[in-house]
Design a protein around this ligand. Sequence first.
Ligand SMILES: Nc1ncnc2c1ncn2[C@@H]1O[C@H](COP(=O)(O)OP(=O)(O)OP(=O)(O)O)[C@@H](O)[C@H]1O
Ligand SMILES: [Mg+2]
Length: 361
Amino acid sequence: MATLQHAPLPTPRPGHADTPAPPTAEPIIDIRGLVKRYGSLTAVDGIDLCVYPQEIFGILGPNGAGKTTTLEMIEGLRGPDAGTIRVAGLNPVRQAPQLHKLIGVQLQTTALFDYLSAAELTALFADLYGADSGQSRVKELLALVGLEDKAGARVNQLSGGQRQRLALAIALVNSPTIAFLDEPTTGLDPSARRGVWRTIRGIRDAGTTVVLTTHYMEEAEVLCDRVAIMEQGRVVAHGTPSGLVRQLGAATTIRAAIAGGSVATAELTGLAAVVDAEQELLDGLPTIFLHSNDAQATLIELLDLAQRRGLTLSGLNTAQADLEDVFLAMTGRRFDPADEAPSEPAPEPKRRRFGRHRASA
Ligand SMILES: Nc1ncnc2c1ncn2[C@@H]1O[C@H](COP(=O)(O)OP(=O)(O)OP(=O)(O)O)[C@@H](O)[C@H]1O
Ligand SMILES: [Mg+2]
């Protein structure tokens, strides 16, 4: 069976995507050359990051990429081995007490006291922070995360998703300037996840900067203003989701099975707006993949070509490029959430994808 051409995708420039930060803002978090080693393992390998005030910033990456380690260093919970971190002008290691007044932290796994009610626990943490622990403030915090009806429920009577939302309320007891949320939606069902997204947007709209980690590309795309994609301790891409996708150069992949003749890949590459083209056998049918930055222009010319040659196109389909494609282009490997090991299954069925990453038949 012939192995057909797999043209390499244009590789986006590593580092910062094109979209500028809010023009007048200074970064509220500024990280340069950050390194953390655990023995011989370099968990964070020289990363640079900027987070701007009042954005939702996502650190996205597979298991073990170094997301939690990075967050813990920013929060002042772990000292870096090299590099500098400034959070609201503070050094998280040397100025931890001042920093902790400004930040709220939702840890990846939070052990809550099972036998306290949601309201009691929220009040307890508010007291620990020296924040308002009065009934109306507690009610307000629980309402913010959609748990107003569960104020009297003990933690061990809450579902996993409700506990996660309680942990989010607790992270907000001191009305933080910056909230750090480590995988706030892992294990939630789609509707609970959307609820948490709404809450997070609400927090941001009320003036808080949010830094979160996630395994979910889709979550990063719809929720985050800017993202850093991490792999093996490095930031492989950094920018707005749409800016990163744009840098790929091909926004859409068009797929079609072809019958009644053949077309040279070079001809396909010559069609309007095609960035690159591939052909392979898919389910026994010769199939073309066109990576295009103007799907309509490409489709018009493709249909015209088919008509002139008497070719039949079937199973015509298009897919928009997304952060998964960015990850693939930057690392050469797929980032499949199914390979990840969060505590519970991925929430949404992954839509079937196709295109440049499929091995040749
Ligand atoms: N306390 C520790 N001691 C030794 N190694 C650690 C420690 N914490 C993390 N690591 C290792 O450092 C690497 C990065 O871990 P980290 O927890 O930062 O990843 P992550 O991106 O948050 O992963 P996940 O998505 O699974 O939460 C992993 O290889 C992990 O095994
Ligand atoms: Mg983690």
